[in-house]
Design a protein around this ligand. Sequence first.
Ligand code: ADP
Length: 447
Amino acid sequence: MFWRFFSLALCQLVPLVLVWSFADFKDASVPLLLAALVGAYLWLALDAVRGLHLLRWLRAGDMQQPSPGRGLWAEVADRVRRVVRTHERALAEGERRLQEFLAAIQASPNGVVLLDADCRIEWFNQTASSHFGLDAQRDMLQHFGNLVRDPVFAAYYAAKNFDREVLMAGRDHGGGVQVMLSVHLHVYGEGRSLLLSRDVTAVEQAEAMRRDFVANVSHEIRTPLTVLAGFVETLQTLPLPEDQRSRYLALMAQQAQRMQTLVSDLLTLSRLEGSPPPPADDWVSVALLMAQCEQDAHDLSMVLWGTAQSLHFQFDPGLEIAGSTVELHSAMSNLIGNAIRYSPVDKPIDVRFVTTAAGGLMFSVVDKGQGIAAEHIPRLTERFYRVDRSRSRETGGTGLGLAIVKHVAQRHGAALSIDSTPGKGSRFSIAFPAQRVRCREPILIDA
Ligand code: ADP
């Protein structure tokens, strides 16, 4: 401010001094006044030029350029620059926060769609894009209901009751599985809404499997129970001759056995699902396992056919597998049992252990039985899936055997494979990895 007054005074003083020193007036007051006025106008003109420079600098909007002028104008420029910088910093901070927020929503495993008061899309994340098949370029500001033409969503939106979520079909991504979405709208602001979508395909599948499982178990138990209840009623109400009575009791024992086998298989499955993985350093002798399996096969064959079916075992007696004896025995015995149950009694069955090129071990059961059509093979390990329902029941099957085998194999890092030709026979194999297999040299005892 001092500089301003000083420059004004200087601008007036210079013409005054000039007029005073060079002019010779009788009455000097008017020329001096004029000189002072000229000086003041000169100062004003200079000041306006500085103001114009500042205005041009402001209009250019480039705060990096040095500000023009000095004194008051420089101060004004400096203040403006500071205000603009503070404002720019606040804007940049706001933008950074917004980008971080959007990145967080992008990373969300749930779909997020922002809708305006007219249900038009304002923003959506990548997950929502794949859930509903939305395109960021094409679909912005489009009405959500026009793009997602699902009657369930249309009814949900029309009802305006957003306390609950709805289940609707999502965009099919191929792979043959219908994607199921749980969709929930949350209203905020002035009629805007936030639409959240969650992929619940796996949950829905698990729930459907649970329902099927309960229905299957109930059905499997109800059949022998009904038969048992019928026999009990007959025995209670009718005075039967001794031979018929004992025949009925034998049939009742058979049904009770069937239920027992079913419950035992169910317990085995639930143990396999709930227990820790089998040990990797407990070595089970293949010879011991095969001796148990041979005994089981003999017993089963005698019960079913009244004679021992011929079985050929081929393995190195020094072989050992790391894992659980009970589980391995259950899996191998199941496969050998199936071969007996699904092939004629006069056809021999081969049970082999062959070492693989990778150092692993392949256990195979090969029969010359009825075989299985190709379309059934991928479903054989599903619980209660049966190709030949009546044969399975007649021979005491529960429909859980191969599910148990698959579980045991997986728990031992092994894989179950099935090859079969209808009318010719089947081969069921379990391939154990090298780290679960070792070959102990037979111990020679010196006599
Ligand atoms: P099940 O107790 O009915 O035998 P599994 O799970 O062991 O149940 O087998 C499922 C189905 O696979 C059986 O019902 C049967 O139809 C078929 N199956 C299993 N093993 C054989 C086999 N060796 N030969 C022909 N069919 C088989």
